[in-house]
Design a protein around this ligand. Structure first.
Ligand code: ZN
Length: 139
């Protein structure tokens, strides 16, 4: 058996960000964020009720470059609150669509070494599935 150990690595990511408008928090985004939080939804990853934010599953800045059909297909698989199933016949016209949002606390969203914007998908998913109190992503 391999003993528990720490892996430290540096990820290099190079993307072609398409032209897009300056990021603003639209009324739809804020309305959907509040709607999800008012339903008692907690951080998807750690369950926290503190400092809740809405994360775009398909990144906001890439919306003009992606296939909406593929986006809808992905969001049918990753449908944490059931809205893709409920709105299955409705076109996704905006990255702030409720189907594209997931509630995360600030730590699981943006913090260096733990946030979904800062770590690899496999590491973040493992942390989201960690047993209670278990820490996989370390500072
Ligand atoms: Zn969290």
């Amino acid at each position: 058996m391999v003993e528990e150990h720490t892996i430290k690595r540096t990820l290099v990511e190079i993307t072609d960000d398409p032209a897009h408008d300056e990021r603003t928090e639209t009324e739809e985004f804020e309305s959907n964020r509040k709607k999800l939080i008012s339903m008692g939804i907690t951080c998807f990853s750690c369950g926290s009720k503190e400092k809740l934010e809405a994360h775009h599953i398909v990144e906001w800045a890439y919306f003009n470059k992606i296939s909406k059909r593929k986006m809808k297909k992905l969001l049918r698989v990753f449908d944490p609150y059931g809205y893709s199933q409920k709105l299955i016949k409705t076109t996704i016209k905006d990255p702030d669509d409720i189907r594209n949002l997931i509630i995360l606390c600030k730590k699981c969203h943006r913090l260096k070494y733990t946030g979904i914007h800062e770590v690899s998908f496999p590491a973040w998913v493992a942390q989201a599935c960690a047993r209670d109190q278990e820490i996989i992503l370390k500072k």
